[in-house]
Design a protein around this ligand. Structure first.
Ligand SMILES: Nc1ncnc2c1ncn2[C@@H]1O[C@H](COP(=O)(O)OP(=O)(O)O)[C@@H](O)[C@H]1O
Ligand SMILES: [Mg+2]
Length: 258
């Protein structure tokens, strides 16, 4: 199997990008796949959650960009079969620098040319909420992207994100396929939750995933214990939701049933 690259993106913060990236990686790993996480957010939530403390302060994606070598910042994560390339507080300055470089958007493509990802089945990139060069750079090397949506504010970003992705597909990355909307943090019993679920019948119904992630505090608790939902509460509704979501995505991305 060729390595599949996926970007998790939403221009609105708090939509569930980092939470989805980490727990889906754990779901894929439980299915026997090897996953590499890349934290591209200057606000390093994914790193704080999944980078073992012993690697704090070691090389980050910023150092890799400066030294033009991704291999210097790959660490085992807190999850079995998942490695992580961390972010840190230098990433904001790195991103500003990339914005002044006309070829800055190609930074990840350049680094990945010299870094062997064949041992990974999936590379998941957690992009920043705001407009960063690294978020666009992630789309230039991705096969797929996922837009978590948990409110009308994050849903409102969808057309713009699709437009940006199409622009990248038409210019720099013909392999980028249509993105998917993932409904996250859903309370199906509430009126608001029902409204969000109705997105599945709205103008973007064709790209809205059938499986959604419920609002559940065990998801937050797992993060505060530096665990995935599968390590923390393997029998929870949320753990099952991530597994079903992984099944749906594997089928969509590879055509295989798992
Ligand atoms: N399905 C969910 N149920 C409960 N809490 C969630 C869920 N998804 C995300 N959260 C919480 O919402 C907050 C924002 O999620 P996060 O993944 O950090 O968003 P983003 O990376 O898009 O900014 C975090 O505190 C996270 O724990
Ligand atoms: Mg985040």
């Amino acid at each position: 199997m060729m390595t599949i690259f996926v970007t998790f993106i939403n221009k609105k913060g708090g939509a569930g990008k980092s939470t989805t990236t980490g727990n889906l990686a754990a779901a894929f790993a439980r299915k026997g796949y090897k996953v590499l996480l890349i934290d591209l957010d200057p606000d390093p939530d994914l790193t704080d959650w999944l980078l073992p403390a012993e690697y704090n302060g070691k090389n980050s994606i910023s150092d890799a960009i400066r030294l033009k070598d991704l291999s210097i910042c790959v660490y085992p994560s807190n999850l079995e079969n998942v490695d992580i390339i961390p972010s840190d507080d230098e990433v904001e300055a790195t991103d500003d620098q990339l914005k002044t470089d006309p070829l800055g958007i190609l930074i990840l493509a350049k680094l990945l040319k010299k870094f062997d990802t064949t041992k990974y089945d999936f590379v998941f990139m957690d992009a920043a909420p705001h407009r960063t060069r690294l978020a666009s750079a992630a789309l230039t090397v991705s096969d797929h992207y996922i837009m978590p949506v948990e409110s009308y504010f994050s849903y409102k970003q969808v057309p713009k994100m699709i437009e940006d992705a199409i622009q990248i597909r038409d210019t720099l990355n013909p392999s980028l396929t249509n993105g998917f909307i993932l409904l996250n943090n859903i309370e199906e019993k509430t009126t608001f939750g029902k409204e969000l679920v109705s997105i599945q019948n709205g103008p973007f119904k064709d790209i809205t995933l059938t499986n959604m992630i419920p609002k559940n505090t065990t998801i937050k608790e797992a993060q505060s214990k530096l665990q995935s939902i599968f390590d923390y509460r393997p029998d929870s509704i949320s753990a099952f939701a991530y597994m079903y979501l992984a099944d749906e995505l594997i089928e969509k991305w590879t055509g295989k049933h798992d």
